[in-house]
Design a protein around this ligand. Sequence first.
Ligand code: ADP
Length: 432
Amino acid sequence: MSLDQAWRSELVGVGFITLLLIPLGLGIGHLAILLWGGLSLYLAWHLYQLYRFTRWLGKPKSHPRPHLFGIWRPLMRRVDELSGRGQKRKRKLSRMLSGFLESTGALPDATLVLNDEGRIDWWNSVAAEFLGLDRKRDKGALIDDLISDPVFLNYLHTGHYGRPLQMPAPVNANVSLEVRIVPYGKGKRLLQARDITRLHQLEIVRRDFVANVSHEIRTPLTVVHGYVETMLESREAFLGPWKRILGQMQIQTLRMQRIVEDLLLLSRLETQRSNEGQGVVGIYPMLRGIVEGARHLSGDQGHRISLEADERLRLVGNCHELESAFANLVYNAVRYTPEGGDIRIRWWLSGNGPCFSVSDSGIGIAPEHIPRLTERFYRVDVGRSRESGGTGLGLAIVKHVLSRHDGKLVVESEPGKGSVFTCRFPHARVAS
Ligand code: ADP
Protein backbone atom coordinates (compact mmCIF):
# COMPACT_ATOMS: atom_id res chain seq x y z
CA MET A 1 0.00 0.00 0.00
CA SER A 2 1.36 3.45 -0.91
CA LEU A 3 1.61 6.25 1.63
CA ASP A 4 -1.27 8.13 -0.07
CA GLN A 5 -3.54 5.11 0.12
CA ALA A 6 -2.53 4.51 3.77
CA TRP A 7 -3.31 8.13 4.61
CA ARG A 8 -6.75 7.85 2.97
CA SER A 9 -7.63 4.60 4.76
CA GLU A 10 -6.47 6.18 8.05
CA LEU A 11 -8.97 9.03 7.53
CA VAL A 12 -11.71 6.57 6.58
CA GLY A 13 -10.97 4.59 9.78
CA VAL A 14 -11.25 7.68 12.00
CA GLY A 15 -14.55 8.67 10.26
CA PHE A 16 -15.90 5.14 10.68
CA ILE A 17 -15.12 5.01 14.45
CA THR A 18 -16.69 8.46 14.98
CA LEU A 19 -19.84 7.47 13.08
CA LEU A 20 -20.06 4.28 15.19
CA LEU A 21 -19.63 6.17 18.47
CA ILE A 22 -22.22 8.89 17.77
CA PRO A 23 -25.36 6.63 17.71
CA LEU A 24 -23.90 4.57 20.60
CA GLY A 25 -23.28 7.73 22.68
CA LEU A 26 -26.75 9.08 21.87
CA GLY A 27 -28.21 5.66 22.84
CA ILE A 28 -26.64 5.62 26.30
CA GLY A 29 -26.96 9.42 26.75
CA HIS A 30 -23.15 10.08 27.14
CA LEU A 31 -22.09 11.13 23.68
CA ALA A 32 -19.29 13.51 24.77
CA ILE A 33 -17.67 11.02 27.17
CA LEU A 34 -17.83 8.19 24.67
CA LEU A 35 -16.37 10.36 21.86
CA TRP A 36 -13.58 11.65 24.15
CA GLY A 37 -12.76 8.14 25.39
CA GLY A 38 -12.77 6.60 21.89
CA LEU A 39 -10.55 9.29 20.37
CA SER A 40 -8.16 9.17 23.38
CA LEU A 41 -7.73 5.45 22.89
CA TYR A 42 -7.03 6.05 19.18
CA LEU A 43 -4.44 8.71 20.05
CA ALA A 44 -2.77 6.47 22.67
CA TRP A 45 -2.51 3.67 20.11
CA HIS A 46 -0.80 6.02 17.64
CA LEU A 47 1.56 7.38 20.34
CA TYR A 48 2.60 3.85 21.25
CA GLN A 49 3.37 3.01 17.62
CA LEU A 50 5.26 6.33 17.22
CA TYR A 51 7.32 5.48 20.32
CA ARG A 52 8.33 2.03 18.95
CA PHE A 53 9.04 3.51 15.55
CA THR A 54 11.30 6.34 16.81
CA ARG A 55 13.08 3.98 19.23
CA TRP A 56 13.95 1.69 16.36
CA LEU A 57 14.82 4.56 13.98
CA GLY A 58 17.20 6.11 16.55
CA LYS A 59 19.22 2.88 17.04
CA PRO A 60 18.19 0.33 14.41
CA LYS A 61 21.02 -2.02 15.37
CA SER A 62 20.21 -2.30 19.12
CA HIS A 63 16.37 -2.61 18.85
CA PRO A 64 14.44 -5.33 17.04
CA ARG A 65 12.43 -4.23 14.06
CA PRO A 66 8.94 -3.33 15.46
CA HIS A 67 5.76 -4.86 14.08
CA LEU A 68 3.61 -1.79 13.32
CA PHE A 69 0.07 -1.27 12.04
CA GLY A 70 -1.97 1.26 10.07
CA ILE A 71 -0.17 4.13 8.39
CA TRP A 72 3.04 3.20 10.31
CA ARG A 73 3.62 0.09 8.25
CA PRO A 74 4.01 1.83 4.81
CA LEU A 75 5.89 4.63 6.55
CA MET A 76 8.44 2.12 7.79
CA ARG A 77 8.71 0.51 4.37
CA ARG A 78 9.43 3.94 2.89
CA VAL A 79 12.20 4.55 5.45
CA ASP A 80 13.68 1.14 4.53
CA GLU A 81 13.57 2.03 0.87
CA LEU A 82 15.28 5.41 1.37
CA SER A 83 18.03 4.04 3.59
CA GLY A 84 18.65 1.22 1.07
CA ARG A 85 19.06 3.79 -1.70
CA GLY A 86 21.49 5.82 0.46
CA GLN A 87 23.55 2.70 1.17
CA LYS A 88 23.74 1.89 -2.53
CA ARG A 89 24.92 5.41 -3.38
CA LYS A 90 27.51 5.27 -0.59
CA ARG A 91 28.85 1.94 -1.86
CA LYS A 92 29.04 3.31 -5.43
CA LEU A 93 30.89 6.44 -4.26
CA SER A 94 33.36 4.51 -2.17
CA ARG A 95 33.98 2.13 -5.13
CA MET A 96 34.64 5.18 -7.34
CA LEU A 97 36.91 6.76 -4.74
CA SER A 98 38.98 3.64 -4.21
CA GLY A 99 39.23 3.22 -8.03
CA PHE A 100 40.44 6.82 -8.32
CA LEU A 101 42.94 6.39 -5.49
CA GLU A 102 44.19 3.15 -7.04
CA SER A 103 44.69 4.79 -10.45
CA THR A 104 46.46 7.88 -9.04
CA GLY A 105 48.52 5.57 -6.84
CA ALA A 106 49.60 3.69 -9.97
CA LEU A 107 50.68 6.92 -11.75
CA PRO A 108 54.41 6.90 -12.47
CA ASP A 109 54.60 10.58 -11.39
CA ALA A 110 54.55 11.82 -7.83
CA THR A 111 51.22 13.55 -7.12
CA LEU A 112 50.47 15.63 -4.06
CA VAL A 113 47.46 17.76 -3.08
CA LEU A 114 48.08 20.97 -1.12
CA ASN A 115 45.24 22.79 0.61
CA ASP A 116 44.76 26.57 0.68
CA GLU A 117 47.24 26.89 3.59
CA GLY A 118 49.94 24.95 1.77
CA ARG A 119 49.42 21.84 3.93
CA ILE A 120 49.58 18.36 2.42
CA ASP A 121 46.12 16.78 2.12
CA TRP A 122 46.95 13.69 0.09
CA TRP A 123 49.81 12.07 -1.85
CA ASN A 124 50.46 8.87 -3.81
CA SER A 125 53.13 6.27 -3.14
CA VAL A 126 55.58 7.69 -5.72
CA ALA A 127 55.42 11.07 -3.95
CA ALA A 128 56.20 9.32 -0.66
CA GLU A 129 59.26 7.75 -2.31
CA PHE A 130 60.55 10.89 -4.11
CA LEU A 131 59.87 13.34 -1.32
CA GLY A 132 60.39 11.04 1.66
CA LEU A 133 56.86 11.47 3.06
CA ASP A 134 55.43 9.38 5.86
CA ARG A 135 51.68 8.65 5.85
CA LYS A 136 51.18 9.19 9.59
CA ARG A 137 53.78 11.85 10.33
CA ASP A 138 53.31 14.19 7.35
CA LYS A 139 49.53 14.32 6.78
CA GLY A 140 48.51 17.96 7.20
CA ALA A 141 52.14 19.14 7.45
CA LEU A 142 53.27 22.37 5.76
CA ILE A 143 55.08 21.63 2.49
CA ASP A 144 57.66 24.32 3.43
CA ASP A 145 58.67 22.22 6.44
CA LEU A 146 59.22 19.10 4.36
CA ILE A 147 61.03 20.47 1.29
CA SER A 148 63.55 23.09 2.33
CA ASP A 149 65.26 23.60 -1.08
CA PRO A 150 65.28 27.45 -1.45
CA VAL A 151 64.79 27.24 -5.24
CA PHE A 152 61.68 25.10 -4.72
CA LEU A 153 60.33 27.42 -2.01
CA ASN A 154 60.86 30.42 -4.25
CA TYR A 155 58.98 28.66 -7.07
CA LEU A 156 56.17 27.64 -4.71
CA HIS A 157 55.66 31.13 -3.30
CA THR A 158 56.06 33.28 -6.43
CA GLY A 159 52.93 31.67 -7.88
CA HIS A 160 54.29 31.73 -11.46
CA TYR A 161 53.78 28.12 -12.45
CA GLY A 162 53.94 28.57 -16.25
CA ARG A 163 57.24 26.69 -16.52
CA PRO A 164 58.19 23.53 -14.61
CA LEU A 165 61.05 23.58 -12.12
CA GLN A 166 64.02 21.22 -12.19
CA MET A 167 65.49 20.24 -8.83
CA PRO A 168 67.25 17.34 -7.09
CA ALA A 169 64.95 14.98 -5.14
CA PRO A 170 64.94 15.94 -1.42
CA VAL A 171 65.82 12.38 -0.36
CA ASN A 172 68.39 11.60 -3.06
CA ALA A 173 70.44 14.31 -4.75
CA ASN A 174 71.29 11.90 -7.62
CA VAL A 175 67.66 11.87 -8.74
CA SER A 176 66.55 14.89 -10.81
CA LEU A 177 62.94 15.92 -10.62
CA GLU A 178 60.80 18.11 -12.85
CA VAL A 179 58.18 19.72 -10.64
CA ARG A 180 54.93 21.25 -11.87
CA ILE A 181 52.30 23.01 -9.75
CA VAL A 182 48.71 23.37 -10.97
CA PRO A 183 46.36 25.63 -8.96
CA TYR A 184 42.70 24.50 -8.80
CA GLY A 185 39.52 25.00 -6.73
CA LYS A 186 39.67 27.57 -3.91
CA GLY A 187 43.40 28.08 -3.25
CA LYS A 188 44.25 24.38 -3.70
CA ARG A 189 47.31 23.22 -5.63
CA LEU A 190 48.24 19.96 -7.30
CA LEU A 191 51.97 19.26 -7.25
CA GLN A 192 53.41 16.77 -9.72
CA ALA A 193 57.02 15.60 -9.84
CA ARG A 194 58.54 13.52 -12.66
CA ASP A 195 61.84 11.64 -12.55
CA ILE A 196 64.01 13.16 -15.32
CA THR A 197 67.36 11.76 -14.15
CA ARG A 198 68.03 10.02 -17.49
CA LEU A 199 67.07 13.07 -19.51
CA HIS A 200 69.18 15.27 -17.26
CA GLN A 201 72.19 12.97 -17.66
CA LEU A 202 71.76 12.91 -21.44
CA GLU A 203 71.63 16.70 -21.44
CA ILE A 204 74.87 16.82 -19.41
CA VAL A 205 76.53 14.36 -21.83
CA ARG A 206 75.42 16.50 -24.80
CA ARG A 207 76.62 19.70 -23.17
CA ASP A 208 79.98 18.19 -22.17
CA PHE A 209 80.44 16.72 -25.63
CA VAL A 210 79.91 20.08 -27.37
CA ALA A 211 82.15 21.86 -24.85
CA ASN A 212 84.92 19.23 -25.14
CA VAL A 213 84.85 19.11 -28.94
CA SER A 214 84.92 22.92 -29.14
CA HIS A 215 87.77 23.03 -26.66
CA GLU A 216 89.80 20.36 -28.49
CA ILE A 217 89.30 22.05 -31.86
CA ARG A 218 90.28 25.50 -30.61
CA THR A 219 94.07 24.93 -30.40
CA PRO A 220 94.65 23.15 -33.75
CA LEU A 221 92.44 25.74 -35.41
CA THR A 222 94.49 28.61 -33.97
CA VAL A 223 97.68 26.91 -35.23
CA VAL A 224 96.27 26.40 -38.77
CA HIS A 225 94.97 29.97 -38.86
CA GLY A 226 98.34 31.26 -37.69
CA TYR A 227 100.22 29.34 -40.44
CA VAL A 228 97.79 30.53 -43.08
CA GLU A 229 98.28 34.13 -41.98
CA THR A 230 102.07 33.73 -41.97
CA MET A 231 101.98 32.29 -45.49
CA LEU A 232 99.73 35.13 -46.67
CA GLU A 233 102.14 37.72 -45.30
CA SER A 234 105.18 35.91 -46.72
CA ARG A 235 106.90 37.34 -49.77
CA GLU A 236 108.14 33.95 -50.98
CA ALA A 237 107.66 33.80 -54.73
CA PHE A 238 106.51 30.17 -54.79
CA LEU A 239 103.45 31.13 -52.63
CA GLY A 240 102.28 33.69 -55.22
CA PRO A 241 99.83 31.40 -57.11
CA TRP A 242 98.42 30.04 -53.81
CA LYS A 243 97.51 33.43 -52.30
CA ARG A 244 93.86 33.27 -53.46
CA ILE A 245 93.38 29.81 -51.95
CA LEU A 246 95.16 30.88 -48.77
CA GLY A 247 92.85 33.89 -48.55
CA GLN A 248 89.82 31.53 -48.69
CA MET A 249 91.42 29.32 -46.01
CA GLN A 250 91.90 32.37 -43.79
CA ILE A 251 88.21 33.36 -44.08
CA GLN A 252 87.03 29.80 -43.32
CA THR A 253 89.35 29.24 -40.34
CA LEU A 254 88.27 32.59 -38.95
CA ARG A 255 84.62 31.54 -39.31
CA MET A 256 85.32 28.23 -37.55
CA GLN A 257 87.12 30.07 -34.75
CA ARG A 258 84.07 32.29 -34.27
CA ILE A 259 81.74 29.25 -34.15
CA VAL A 260 83.99 27.52 -31.61
CA GLU A 261 84.12 30.65 -29.44
CA ASP A 262 80.31 31.00 -29.57
CA LEU A 263 79.80 27.31 -28.72
CA LEU A 264 82.17 27.63 -25.76
CA LEU A 265 80.35 30.75 -24.58
CA LEU A 266 76.99 28.95 -24.88
CA SER A 267 78.19 25.96 -22.88
CA ARG A 268 79.57 28.32 -20.20
CA LEU A 269 76.18 30.03 -20.05
CA GLU A 270 74.48 26.65 -19.65
CA THR A 271 76.74 25.29 -16.95
CA GLN A 272 77.62 28.27 -14.76
CA ARG A 273 75.33 29.28 -11.92
CA SER A 274 73.26 32.23 -13.10
CA ASN A 275 74.36 34.58 -10.30
CA GLU A 276 78.07 33.90 -10.87
CA GLY A 277 80.09 37.07 -11.58
CA GLN A 278 77.09 39.37 -11.18
CA GLY A 279 77.46 42.95 -10.04
CA VAL A 280 76.37 46.47 -10.93
CA VAL A 281 76.85 47.10 -14.64
CA GLY A 282 77.05 50.59 -16.15
CA ILE A 283 75.23 49.99 -19.41
CA TYR A 284 75.86 53.43 -20.96
CA PRO A 285 79.68 53.18 -21.22
CA MET A 286 79.28 49.61 -22.46
CA LEU A 287 76.92 50.77 -25.22
CA ARG A 288 79.31 53.49 -26.32
CA GLY A 289 81.95 50.79 -26.85
CA ILE A 290 79.48 48.64 -28.79
CA VAL A 291 78.49 51.60 -31.00
CA GLU A 292 82.19 52.16 -31.79
CA GLY A 293 82.43 48.50 -32.81
CA ALA A 294 79.26 48.78 -34.92
CA ARG A 295 80.64 51.84 -36.80
CA HIS A 296 83.81 49.91 -37.45
CA LEU A 297 81.81 46.91 -38.72
CA SER A 298 79.69 49.15 -40.93
CA GLY A 299 82.91 50.57 -42.47
CA ASP A 300 82.06 52.55 -45.57
CA GLN A 301 78.47 51.27 -45.80
CA GLY A 302 77.28 54.60 -44.35
CA HIS A 303 74.82 53.28 -41.73
CA ARG A 304 73.36 56.03 -39.52
CA ILE A 305 73.83 54.65 -36.00
CA SER A 306 72.28 56.55 -33.09
CA LEU A 307 72.40 55.94 -29.34
CA GLU A 308 69.81 57.19 -26.85
CA ALA A 309 70.59 55.94 -23.37
CA ASP A 310 69.77 56.80 -19.79
CA GLU A 311 73.28 57.36 -18.45
CA ARG A 312 72.28 56.78 -14.83
CA LEU A 313 70.32 53.59 -15.40
CA ARG A 314 72.48 50.65 -14.28
CA LEU A 315 71.66 46.98 -14.13
CA VAL A 316 72.51 44.16 -11.75
CA GLY A 317 74.04 41.44 -13.90
CA ASN A 318 77.10 39.96 -15.52
CA CYS A 319 78.99 42.59 -17.49
CA HIS A 320 80.58 40.21 -20.06
CA GLU A 321 77.38 38.31 -20.72
CA LEU A 322 75.31 41.48 -21.18
CA GLU A 323 77.93 43.01 -23.45
CA SER A 324 77.98 39.89 -25.60
CA ALA A 325 74.15 39.85 -25.89
CA PHE A 326 73.79 43.57 -26.68
CA ALA A 327 76.71 43.51 -29.12
CA ASN A 328 75.17 40.54 -30.96
CA LEU A 329 71.91 42.45 -31.46
CA VAL A 330 73.66 45.64 -32.61
CA TYR A 331 76.06 43.82 -34.98
CA ASN A 332 73.13 41.84 -36.42
CA ALA A 333 71.38 45.15 -37.15
CA VAL A 334 74.46 46.32 -39.08
CA ARG A 335 74.81 43.00 -40.95
CA TYR A 336 71.15 42.76 -41.96
CA THR A 337 70.63 46.43 -42.91
CA PRO A 338 71.59 47.55 -46.41
CA GLU A 339 74.00 50.46 -46.94
CA GLY A 340 72.90 53.86 -45.63
CA GLY A 341 70.18 52.34 -43.39
CA ASP A 342 69.20 53.61 -39.93
CA ILE A 343 70.10 51.82 -36.70
CA ARG A 344 68.71 53.14 -33.44
CA ILE A 345 69.98 51.85 -30.09
CA ARG A 346 67.99 52.68 -26.94
CA TRP A 347 68.38 52.02 -23.21
CA TRP A 348 65.66 53.34 -20.92
CA LEU A 349 63.51 52.65 -17.88
CA SER A 350 59.96 51.75 -18.95
CA GLY A 351 56.94 51.29 -16.68
CA ASN A 352 57.67 47.54 -16.59
CA GLY A 353 61.42 47.77 -15.99
CA PRO A 354 64.68 48.49 -17.86
CA CYS A 355 64.63 47.96 -21.64
CA PHE A 356 67.31 47.74 -24.30
CA SER A 357 66.25 47.89 -27.93
CA VAL A 358 67.86 47.91 -31.36
CA SER A 359 65.72 49.06 -34.30
CA ASP A 360 66.90 48.91 -37.87
CA SER A 361 65.54 49.74 -41.29
CA GLY A 362 66.96 46.50 -42.68
CA ILE A 363 65.70 43.47 -44.57
CA GLY A 364 63.24 42.41 -41.82
CA ILE A 365 62.09 38.90 -40.98
CA ALA A 366 58.93 37.06 -42.12
CA PRO A 367 56.60 36.20 -39.18
CA GLU A 368 56.98 32.39 -39.58
CA HIS A 369 60.72 32.62 -38.78
CA ILE A 370 60.43 34.80 -35.66
CA PRO A 371 59.58 32.04 -33.12
CA ARG A 372 62.62 29.97 -34.25
CA LEU A 373 65.29 32.70 -34.40
CA THR A 374 66.81 31.84 -31.02
CA GLU A 375 67.40 28.16 -31.95
CA ARG A 376 71.05 27.23 -32.47
CA PHE A 377 72.14 27.54 -36.10
CA TYR A 378 68.71 28.74 -37.24
CA ARG A 379 69.10 31.25 -40.05
CA VAL A 380 66.49 32.77 -42.33
CA ASP A 381 68.96 32.99 -45.20
CA VAL A 382 71.99 30.71 -44.66
CA GLY A 383 73.98 32.24 -47.53
CA ARG A 384 73.53 35.79 -46.34
CA SER A 385 74.37 34.88 -42.75
CA ARG A 386 77.64 33.16 -43.79
CA GLU A 387 78.57 35.96 -46.18
CA SER A 388 78.26 38.52 -43.39
CA GLY A 389 80.35 36.40 -40.97
CA GLY A 390 77.44 34.98 -38.93
CA THR A 391 77.67 31.81 -36.88
CA GLY A 392 73.94 31.21 -36.41
CA LEU A 393 74.48 31.21 -32.64
CA GLY A 394 74.14 34.93 -31.83
CA LEU A 395 70.48 34.98 -30.86
CA ALA A 396 70.78 31.68 -28.95
CA ILE A 397 73.44 33.44 -26.83
CA VAL A 398 71.16 36.46 -26.40
CA LYS A 399 68.30 34.24 -25.20
CA HIS A 400 70.50 32.42 -22.68
CA VAL A 401 71.99 35.63 -21.32
CA LEU A 402 68.54 37.16 -20.92
CA SER A 403 67.12 34.14 -19.13
CA ARG A 404 70.08 34.32 -16.70
CA HIS A 405 69.04 37.94 -16.03
CA ASP A 406 65.29 37.19 -15.68
CA GLY A 407 64.75 39.06 -18.93
CA LYS A 408 63.10 38.21 -22.20
CA LEU A 409 63.58 39.01 -25.86
CA VAL A 410 60.75 40.51 -27.92
CA VAL A 411 61.14 40.57 -31.71
CA GLU A 412 58.98 42.72 -33.97
CA SER A 413 59.74 42.73 -37.65
CA GLU A 414 58.34 43.31 -41.11
CA PRO A 415 60.06 42.02 -44.23
CA GLY A 416 61.53 44.87 -46.26
CA LYS A 417 60.87 47.48 -43.54
CA GLY A 418 63.11 46.53 -40.62
CA SER A 419 63.18 44.93 -37.19
CA VAL A 420 63.09 45.86 -33.52
CA PHE A 421 64.78 43.54 -31.01
CA THR A 422 63.89 44.50 -27.42
CA CYS A 423 65.38 43.04 -24.23
CA ARG A 424 63.08 43.54 -21.24
CA PHE A 425 64.35 43.19 -17.69
CA PRO A 426 62.34 43.18 -14.46
CA HIS A 427 62.37 46.21 -12.11
CA ALA A 428 64.22 44.16 -9.51
CA ARG A 429 67.30 44.28 -11.77
CA VAL A 430 67.71 48.07 -11.56
CA ALA A 431 70.82 48.93 -9.55
CA SER A 432 70.03 51.71 -7.10
P1 ADP B 1 73.63 34.83 -37.47
O1 ADP B 1 75.01 34.64 -37.02
O2 ADP B 1 73.26 33.97 -38.64
O3 ADP B 1 73.25 36.25 -37.63
P2 ADP B 1 71.85 34.92 -35.21
O4 ADP B 1 71.49 33.88 -34.24
O5 ADP B 1 72.47 36.17 -34.71
O6 ADP B 1 72.74 34.21 -36.29
O7 ADP B 1 70.54 35.31 -36.01
C1 ADP B 1 69.73 34.27 -36.53
C2 ADP B 1 69.05 34.72 -37.80
O8 ADP B 1 68.13 35.77 -37.49
C3 ADP B 1 69.99 35.33 -38.79
O9 ADP B 1 70.57 34.35 -39.61
C4 ADP B 1 69.07 36.25 -39.58
O10 ADP B 1 68.41 35.51 -40.59
C5 ADP B 1 68.04 36.68 -38.56
N1 ADP B 1 68.31 38.03 -38.03
C6 ADP B 1 68.93 38.33 -36.87
N2 ADP B 1 68.96 39.67 -36.67
C7 ADP B 1 68.36 40.23 -37.74
C8 ADP B 1 68.05 41.58 -38.12
N3 ADP B 1 68.38 42.63 -37.37
N4 ADP B 1 67.37 41.77 -39.28
C9 ADP B 1 67.01 40.72 -40.04
N5 ADP B 1 67.27 39.43 -39.74
C10 ADP B 1 67.92 39.18 -38.59
